[in-house]
Design a protein around this ligand. Structure first.
Ligand SMILES: [Zn+2]
Ligand SMILES: [Zn+2]
Ligand SMILES: [Zn+2]
Length: 452
């Protein structure tokens, strides 16, 4: 909504000059970003807010002129840094003088693909050897989940921001959202939502519905706007008391609704696997407009074609790609300074299609192009050309965040000086980091004691 000069951009609002992004909000000049708000000149970043001139920022807010930062706030001129607050001239977390910082930064020239890869690997190693917060939860009370800000009494909520209360199983909700369960994308002054997806903006008492705004008492509807008391309606606007898009009087509606509910109880929908859908269940996945492997669930709950078909869900076979690759990724110039406008006419192969990388199950498109605006951005920001197609790049970026399961785990801090009366910490928490993950996790107290 309200986008300008955006290409291959999804679920985004009020943004401009962006490519290959998901969930941009009020941002511009953004490339290859995932959930980035209020930012300008930002590249390859994920879950960040208020960045300016940042390359590869992760879970960081209010930072500028920095690259490869993770969980940093209020920093500028930092490179390869983790867990910093209001710092300047830090390189791989080490404090330097301004002169020394710029001198040593010359080596980390991200215009070079080889150097970019070196920085990426060094950053990953630093990330794995540095403790992290068990969850990104700030200014909140009584919350489990991850990436939560300004919320109260919310359980198993992910990406919930700015005045969210008494919610459960929420993904992507905020701006005054109350008393709602099982919601994906919702908020902007909404309450009493149940099993809805993308129903937003002054919505109340909506259930089993997808899409829509300013609705009340809607059930099993798709893209209803400014409507109330509607059941099984599609794309209706400014209506009341409608069933299957047909207008009824208030009295008729109130008589019919209990009958429909009873019939849904008595003659439920049974899917191919024998699962029963009565009143109270969202539409079955087999009726989805999207195949499983093109849906949002796929990267987080990957399944094989066989598993998906066995569930009775649709699978989208990868279309036969027969692009004539005019430039192999290994033949691209190493440095962006050696790239001229002719690159925009090339069909570049994705590294994941070149052996030995092989098929990657990331919806690889096998080839990609560079647009003129994108090329200008890379020149201006001094960023090497990518070697992966946009889908493979997005899959790589998503490895920086976890999925939607919570594990009960313990603080891994072994220090005895973190205000535990000289005993190691025993605090437990719910975290999205599974026990197999290699990250070192700290409770909020130990993180604060060591880093803030
Ligand atoms: Zn690819
Ligand atoms: Zn891939
Ligand atoms: Zn602890």
């Amino acid at each position: 909504m309200n986008l300008k000069d955006c290409y291959y951009v999804f679920w985004s609002y009020f943004s401009e000059n962006a490519e290959n992004c998901y969930a941009l909000l009020l941002s511009k000049n953004a490339y290859d970003c995932y959930v980035v708000d209020n930012s300008d000149h930002v590249y390859g970043s994920l879950h960040c807010n208020r960045l300016y001139k940042v390359r590869n920022g992760f879970f960081s807010d209010d930072c500028m002129d920095s690259s490869f930062i993770f969980d940093c706030v209020g920093c500028s001129d930092c490179f390869g840094c983790i867990n910093l607050r209001k710092q300047k001239y830090r390189l791989w977390n080490e404090q330097l003088s301004k002169e020394e910082y710029y001198e040593r930064l010359k080596y980390w020239d991200l215009g070079s693909y080889a150097r970019f890869e070196e920085a990426k690997h060094k950053f990953r190693a630093l990330y794995l050897s540095t403790p992290h917060r068990f969850a990104h939860v700030v200014s909140s009370q009584d919350v489990t989940g991850d990436i939560v800000r300004d919320a109260k009494d919310c359980k198993v909520c992910f990406s919930a921001f700015d005045d969210v209360e008494h919610c459960r199983y929420l993904y992507f909700g905020g701006l005054n959202m109350k008393d709602s369960w099982d919601v994906s994308i919702g908020g902007d002054t909404s309450n009493l939502m149940y099993e809805t997806c993308a129903v937003t903006g002054h919505a109340s008492r909506c259930a089993f519905s997808a899409g829509g705004t300013n609705c009340r008492n809607t059930y099993y509807s798709d893209w209803a706007a400014n409507s109330s008391y509607v059941f099984g309606c599609i794309s209706i606007k400014n209506k009341q008391y409608c069933i299957l898009n047909k207008q009824y009087t208030k009295q008729e509606y109130e008589e019919l609704l209990p009958k429909i509910k009873k019939q849904m109880e008595d003659v439920p929908y049974i899917d191919k696997k024998g699962r029963v859908y009565k009143f109270g269940e969202f539409f079955p996945p087999e009726l989805s407009a999207y195949a499983y492997n093109e849906a949002f669930a796929f990267p987080w709950y990957p399944k094989t074609k066989e598993e998906v078909t066995r569930e009775g869900w649709r699978w989208q076979d990868t279309p036969e790609r027969s692009y004539e690759i005019s430039l192999k990724p290994e033949d691209l110039p190493d440095h962006i300074r050696d790239v001229n406008d002719s690159i925009t006419r090339e069909v570049i192969g994705c590294t994941h299609t070149v052996p030995p990388a092989g098929g990657c199950n990331e919806q690889c498109t096998t080839a990609f192009r560079i647009s003129q605006a994108e090329l200008e951005f890379y020149h201006k920001m001094n960023i090497a050309l990518p070697r992966l197609c946009p889908n493979c790049r997005n899959a790589e970026r998503l490895t920086w965040r976890n999925g939607f399961n919570l594990w009960h785990r313990k603080c891994m801090c072994s220090k005895t000086d973190h205000a535990h009366d000289n005993n190691p910490c025993t605090i437990e928490f719910e975290t999205t980091f599974s026990p197999e993950k290699p990250e070192i996790l700290y409770c909020a107290d130990c993180y604060r004691a060591e880093f803030l």
